[in-house]
Design a protein around this ligand. Structure first.
Ligand code: C5P
Length: 401
């Protein structure tokens, strides 16, 4: 695929291989790819800002606290204006900062602030690459969906031999092209419904019953299905995150409103119920604020069950989606509860996760799930919620085609 019109933010970190970044820039520029260079203090020991500027025909960004850079383009914007962030060469030090979330210079701050995919091309001494600290850091980065090219095996500048050489520029160019290639659209022409977020069940006009769901997982699934070409309706409870791009979003508050919006979205090919729907609502929510009367007993709330949206969609007769996927957030006996939920709700798959104390999953950015289907139970590694969403969307595409 051609890179014409694409925009890469290229971070050049320290290392003898930094000179190869110049060749990479020439390859990218020859294809009409815009390159914005960022040079770390270590990188500047090996290549000059002047050569980067000459080859990219762009200004070179070096300082985190540069007043001119901040007034022209803040570092948050800089990290997001590109289609892809590439770190070549990626030093052991910068990989460690990425894994730990340290942001103490411009490059590491951009890497923490970006909302784009990141490709790293590591280059370092073989022992540094094989050190358990670097191995652990790479494990963390891979789990976060950071893409990696290289390193190559070969003789090194330090007279040792082994893995650690920066991948050759054409190989890095191809990795960039693969990441920027339009995704195949196996779900083109398919319709998907996703529920996400918590529901708010009113007690009175100012109080409500809610839960800790952030909507991150459900929103990421809606985005991932849209990325694969599906026409997606997302029915979202109240959340503090933005609507995903390319998805029709219906904002609701209560479980009853969520069910009505879901039924209105039918027919669909697949429904994914990721919302944490309140199981109960207050039977007689008042339209005036409950008052504290001195000496009076606190009000007793009478709860009644909410409709089960997942079970309703699974039993929708001729309007039933071909594939219905539910979630099971449990604090114990995960497999047992998930398998039981699959039967009870009548859905096809359950994505089960442990939300027990300390897992950090509910409201967090990562998830570790089991995919439970009629064929068995598949444990997935701990991944960012976006990566779980991509995997699930891919599996849905395979099931529907
Ligand atoms: O029964 P439980 O709440 O554990 O089931 C979780 C699954 O059921 C999730 O997929 C959730 O979105 C769905 N659900 C629903 N409507 C409810 C309760 C749960 O769709 N009222």
């Amino acid at each position: 695929m051609s890179l014409a019109g694409k925009h890469v933010l290229l971070i050049v970190a320290g290392g003898i291989a930094a000179f190869k970044a110049l060749e990479l820039i020439r390859l990218l520029r020859r294809e009409g790819c815009e390159v914005t260079p960022v040079l770390t203090a270590g990188g500047a020991q090996f290549v000059t800002a002047l050569s980067l500027q000459a080859l990219t025909e762009s200004r070179v960004y070096c300082d985190l606290f540069s007043l001119t850079d901040e007034s022209e383009m803040g570092h948050i914007q800089l990290s997001r204006a590109a289609d892809l962030v590439v770190v070549a060469p990626a030093s052991a030090d910068l990989l460690a900062k990425m894994a730990a979330g340290i942001a103490d210079d411009l490059a590491s701050t951009l890497l923490l602030a970006t909302d784009k995919r990141v490709l790293v091309a590591p280059a370092m001494n073989v022992r540094m690459w094989q050190h358990p600290a670097t191995v652990a850091n790479m494990g963390i980065l891979l789990a976060r969906d950071v893409a990696v090219v290289g390193p190559e095996v070969g003789p090194m500048a330090c007279n040792e031999f082994g893995p650690g050489r920066l991948a050759e520029p054409p190989q890095i160019r191809d990795a960039i092209a693969a990441l920027l290639a339009p995704l195949p659209a196996p779900l083109a022409g398919r319709r998907a419904l996703v529920t996400s977020g918590p529901t708010h069940e009113p007690i009175d006009p100012v109080r409500y019953i809610a839960n800790r769901s952030s909507g991150r997982q459900g929103h990421a699934i809606a985005a991932a299905l849209a990325d694969l070409g599906a026409t997606v309706t997302l029915v979202s409870g109240p959340v503090a995150i933005p609507d995903p791009a390319g998805v029709a979003v219906h904002h609701v508050e209560t479980a009853q409103q969520m069910l009505a919006a879901c039924e209105a979205a039918l027919p669909v090919d697949v429904a994914v119920c990721a919302a944490a729907v309140a199981d109960w609502r207050v039977a007689d929510a008042t339209n005036h604020k409950l008052k504290k009367a001195p000496g009076a007993a606190p009000p007793a709330l009478v709860l009644v069950p909410n409709p089960d949206i997942l079970a309703t969609l699974s039993a929708a007769g001729p309007r039933r989606p071909r594939l219905v996927v539910g979630f099971a957030a449990e604090t114990d006996a995960l497999q047992h509860h998930a398998a039981e939920k699959l039967r009870r709700k009548g859905c096809d798959w359950i994505v089960a996760n442990d939300v027990g104390g300390g897992s950090g999953i509910m409201g967090g950015t990562e998830n570790e799930v089991l995919l439970v289907t009629a064929a068995g139970i598949e444990p997935w590694p701990r991944l960012r919620k976006e990566a779980v969403a991509r995997r699930l969307a891919q599996r849905i595409a395979e099931a529907l085609t």
